[in-house]
Design a binder for this molecule. Structure first.
Ligand SMILES: [Zn+2]
Length: 122
């Protein structure tokens, strides 16, 4: 590898958007690996802690992508839906993986977050 090439492609010179893309890609791969190997469904909060991700909203967004990408590998994202901590109302699986903020039945805001797992499709 010649010198100029090395300089141009050193991390310092790689533009921001490219870096962010790579970072996002590896983060989603790590989430996928974690959810494939975990024995119990994991909430976004647990995923944040384990993988040192700053916010749950990042995880929810990633999970929406992960759920599509694992389908191509004969796997599926299984979701334990969110439920109300007060009246146990179980939320239906939603279009997005994000946790709802309020119970439609008793209006409580004590919501047990949804949890996720990836398994081989049967
Ligand atoms: Zn409720």
């Amino acid at each position: 590898m010649n010198r100029l090439f090395k300089i141009l492609y050193s991390p310092k010179y790689i533009s921001e958007p490219f870096n962010q893309d790579v970072e996002m890609q590896t983060r989603r791969e790590r989430i996928t690996e974690l959810l494939e190997s975990t024995a119990f469904p994991m909430t976004a909060e647990e995923i944040c802690e384990r993988l040192d991700i700053k916010s749950r909203s990042i995880v929810y967004e990633d999970i929406d992508h992960v759920s599509k990408s694992v389908k191509r590998r004969e796997k599926e994202l299984l979701i334990r839906p969110a439920s109300c901590g007060k009246c146990q109302f179980a939320f239906k699986p939603r279009k997005t993986s994000k946790a709802p903020s309020k119970c439609p039945k008793c209006r409580s805001q004590w919501i047990l977050a949804p949890a996720f797992l990836i398994r081989q499709r049967k």
